[in-house]
Design a protein around this ligand. Structure first.
Ligand code: AMP
Ligand code: MG
Length: 350
């Protein structure tokens, strides 16, 4: 199959430009498209065959459910049993980078929900994504448009790296604005539980709900034998081929000095050492496989660049990768969570 690449012209309305792709979706094909979080691999969410194609193209385990994307929050009524919490979330954060888990209606095939009787719904903000869903006239099931296990794609180039010739088309709408997948929440008992942190932060949710809890798997390895609440979170993810070590911020005043000393020592012994660190380290930490991912306090920049950097390591000869993590506030929690997964929970405290 030849994968068509459709480059968006932002001086023209998106609707007419995505029409052919909407037809592909209606006919049961697959189209990768930009959203504000990461690129999604879309298929008709009401068509089991399309869902199967999504799993096959990604090499995704079939028990890892898909998120269905809708054009307007109230469209959820047709596919799931909504509740008060859903509308509170919709009013505060939709369209936007948040996904809500709700009991599914029969019209949604089990192949989309990984066999669960709940379904994940999201109403994206990106105008290209919105135009595609509206033109298709069906909800679009879309996981991230990467090969399972690799970092999520934040550009059309990343999608092509993984899925060229496996899908019908990719819409190139430029780099993802946020760069990390959506926040996933499970409503219950008047509050919400965060299953995956993302662009809608815990702090933002606390402004709407008194009771916001965090799933233990966000910052700790899930050792239990019970099924995790968000099945996808059990898999090792976002991982380059080299082993990744995550350097956790100890909060000590001399943390940065100690980390720089540690990293310099690594580079002295092995100049190919891979490093992801803050812009503030530029003067002291220099090497062929060193990437800087923004100022220490600039979470949003880290979020935008993390997945691209993780992917670029696969073109380097770095035998090991050391990454610095910022604090867990705001979007920092989501970045820390993705870095933990990329490192397979290899944490170093310095
Ligand atoms: P992705 O689209 O690749 O970002 O992955 C979607 C993720 O959403 C899955 O890996 C799950 O962790 C989560 N998810 C989707 N549907 C459900 C559901 N019904 N219940 C709980 N988590 C879900
Ligand atoms: Mg994914």
């Amino acid at each position: 199959m030849i994968t068509k690449i459709i480059k968006m012209d932002f001086s023209r309305p998106p609707e007419e430009q995505v029409r052919d792709c909407a037809d592909i979706i209606k006919r049961g094909g697959l189209v990768a498209f930009p959203t504000e979080t990461v690129y999604g691999l879309g298929g008709n969410a009401l068509d089991s065959e399309a869902a199967k194609k999504i799993y096959a193209a990604k090499g995704r385990p079939s028990d890892n459910p898909l998120i269905i994307h809708i054009a307007a929050p109230e469209d959820a009524e047709a596919y799931c049993k909504t509740n008060e919490a859903y509308y509170k979330i919709a009013k505060a954060f939709m369209p936007g980078p948040i996904t809500v888990i709700l009991p599914k209606k029969d019209i949604v095939p089990f192949s989309v929900t990984g066999g669960l009787d709940t379904v994940a719904v999201r109403c994206p903000k990106n105008p290209v994504a919105r135009a595609l869903i509206s033109e298709a006239g069906v909800p679009i099931a879309a996981p991230s448009a990467n090969t399972s296990g690799r970092p999520s794609p934040t550009s059309a180039r990343h999608v092509i790296e993984d899925l060229n010739s496996k899908i019908d088309a990719v819409i190139d709408g430029g780099d993802s604005e946020i760069g990390l997948e959506s926040t996933i929440v499970l409503p219950g008992n008047g509050g919400v539980k965060v299953l995956r942190p993302g662009g809608i932060t815990v702090e933002m949710l606390r402004e709407v709900f008194e009771d916001v809890s965090l799933d233990g798997g966000i910052t700790e390895k899930n050792e239990s034998t019970t099924a995790p609440l968000a099945p996808g979170m059990k898999y090792r993810h976002y991982a380059p081929s080299a082993t990744v070590f995550l350097i956790k911020d100890s909060g000590r005043a001399d943390f940065d000095e100690r980390v720089k000393k540690f990293l310099s020592g690594k580079l002295d012994r092995e100049p190919r050492t891979g490093i992801i660190c803050f812009d503030e380290y530029k003067k002291d930490i220099i090497g062929k496989n060193v990437f800087y991912f923004g100022k220490k306090a600039d979470d949003e920049e880290h979020a935008k660049r993390l997945f691209d950097i993780l992917r670029r390591f696969d073109d380097t000869d770095a035998p090991e990768i050391y990454a610095t993590a910022s604090d867990l506030k705001g979007v920092g929690l989501a970045i820390y969570n993705r870095m933990l997964k990329a490192s397979g929970f290899n944490i170093i405290e310095i």
